[in-house]
Design a protein. Sequence first.
Length: 116
Amino acid sequence: MKAMEDRGEHPLLPPVAHRHLIGWWLEIGPTAPGGMGDAPLPIAQIRNDMEALGVDLAPWEARAIRRMSREFLSQQHEARKPHCLPPYTASEEQAQVKDKVAEQFKGLISAFNARV
């Protein structure tokens, strides 16, 4: 993020009410190692890591950090798809334009295939 800002880029991000949770989450790492790749952070690891940092987490904070970890992994998986929109899309208009363009390309391909 800092590198982007240093280049003068300012990505559209959603407003954040509890910014401290993001800091804590990134401090302990967004995910945990799993048997076949990354996995969501387990609540026990979140509690232990926060305790080691001297932070007394409220239960809702631990659940929020766990959910951020799950959502991070989900978006990481979705982002591998070629036409995945960013999770912080400024408006629904972008999704509508994407769908319209995709439909136009399908029509062009169908017309081309009909000629061949």
